[in-house]
Design a protein around this ligand. Sequence first.
Ligand code: ADP
Length: 495
Amino acid sequence: MNILVGAAELAPFAKAGGLADVVAALARQWAAMGHRVLVVLPKYRMIDAPEWGFQPIEPAVAVPMGQTVEYARLWLGTLPQSAARVCLLDAPHYFDREGIYGNPEGYPDNDRRYIFLSRALLELAQVLGFSPDILHVHDYHTAVAAELLRRFYRRTPQFYKTASVLTVHNVAFQGITDPARVLPLLGIPWEEFYPGSLWEYYGAVNLLKVGILAADKLSTVSPSYAWEIRHTALGEGLQGVLSVRGADLVGILNGVDYEEWSPERDRYLPVPYSAEFLAGKELNKQRLLTEWAGLPEAEAQAPVPLLGMVTRLTDQKGIDLLLHALEPLVQHLGVRFALLGSGAGHYESFFRYLASRYSRQVFVYIGYNEPLAHRIIAAADFLLMPSRYEPCGLTQMYALRYGTIPIVRAVGGLRDTVRDYDPISGTGWGFCFADYTPEALFGTVQYALSFYGAEPHWERLRRNAMACDFSIRRSAEQYLQLFEWALEKVRAERA
Ligand code: ADP
C-alpha cells in the first residue's frame, strides 16, 4: 500500500508527546512490512535537516491559501533505520519558530499553520508523484485534509482511489477557530456555514470536527477511550459527532517500538538487564540515585521504594492529585520520588519546592530529556500515572517492559493495558484505582508498596509485567485492516 501520513510531530525529529512516538513507530513498521510510506512533517526550527541527512529538492510546492498561493521548500529523507520516507515542509514564516505548538497557550496562528500543513500534504504528494492508497491524518492538525481530499482532490487521477483515515490521539485539542479567518483560507463559501453543518461548531470552526465527519474511517488510540469519547464528558463536546460516526470508529491500542524501549539493548542505560537479570535493574536504580540524585552510595543501596514519573505537567496527567498526596507519601510512607517533566508553571514550582524540602527523597528534573526518561523508567520500582483521562498512554507500556510496576488510574488506555495484581492467583502486573481523589491514589500506592520486595509476589509482578507484549507490530496490522475497510468504503461509494 502507498500510505501518505500527515502529522504535527514525528520522533526523533520533533516530539512533544506520544503522538511523535506512535507516528514514527507505525511508519517504521509499515515500511518493514513492505509498504511505501511517506510522512510529512513541518520543518520546525529544532530540526537540523542536513544533520539528519535530509536533501532539499526542486521544485518547491505551491499551496493554495485562499486567494493566494504560498510556497514551501521540500526536504526529503528517511526515518532513522527505516525505509519510510519523510518530507519536511520548509515554510519559515510558519515553522521557523521556537518549539512545536508554542507553549503553553499555543501560537495565535496555529490554525493557519496547520491548515497550511494539511493543504500542502495533498499538493506535495503531486509534486513527488506519490499516489496514496491511504491518507492517514492525525489529530486536529491535519484532520481537515480529509475534507480537502474529498472536496478538491479526489477527482484528480492521483487521488482517485485514495481513502482517508483520521486518528484521534487526544480529543481535547480541536483547533477551534474563527470562521472569518479560516473559511476564506480553505476556499469554503459562507453559505456552507450554518448550524448543523460540517463547518459550524457553536459559531466557530472546529477543525477536528470537520475531520471526524469527513474521514472515511476513524480511529482512536485505545478501545476504552473510543467508548469514553462517545459516551462521557471526555468527548469534550464532540460526543454527538463521534456517535454519528460510531460505526466507522475503532479503538486501536498504541504500541511500543521495542527496538527503542527494551532494557536489554537500551543505549541510555548504564547497565542493560532482562527478566533473567533483575539485579541489573537494581544497579540502574543505584546509579540513578548516586549519579543523578546525588545520594551517597550507602544511602542509594538502602531498600527504599522509588516511584517514578515521566510526564507532561498538565491537568490531564492528574498532577493536582499529587499536590495533595505526594507529601504524605514521602513523609508517612518514606518513599523516594523521581520526576521528569515540564508544563504548567504552578506544577513545576510545586515539584521544585518539594525537591528542595525533601532533598534526599524527592528528585526533580524540569525539562525535556530523552536519556533521563529511559533511566528513570528503568530505575523506578513503580511508575505513577494518576491521569484524569488518558487516550492511551505510552509510558506505562514502556514501564512494563522494564519491570517497573505501574500504579494508574483506571481510565482510557491505562484501563486497557494495566491489569490489577491478584496475590492469590499471582496474575496481573499493576495497581489501579478508580476515584479521582488523592485518597484513592494514596491508598493504592500504600497497597502496592506492601508487595515491594515481598516474595514471591515482587518477582512475579515484575515477571508478569515484563512478559506483556504491546508491540507496535500488532497496532500496525490493525491499522492496515482499518485501511482495507476504508478503501472498500471508497470503492463502494464510487460504484
Ligand atoms: P502524552 O502523549 O499524553 O504526553 P504518552 O504517555 O502517550 O503521553 O507519551 C509521552 C511520551 O513523551 C513518552 O514517550 C514519554 O517518555 C515522553 N515524555 C514526556 N515528558 C517527557 C520529558 N520531560 N522528557 C522526556 N520524555 C518525555
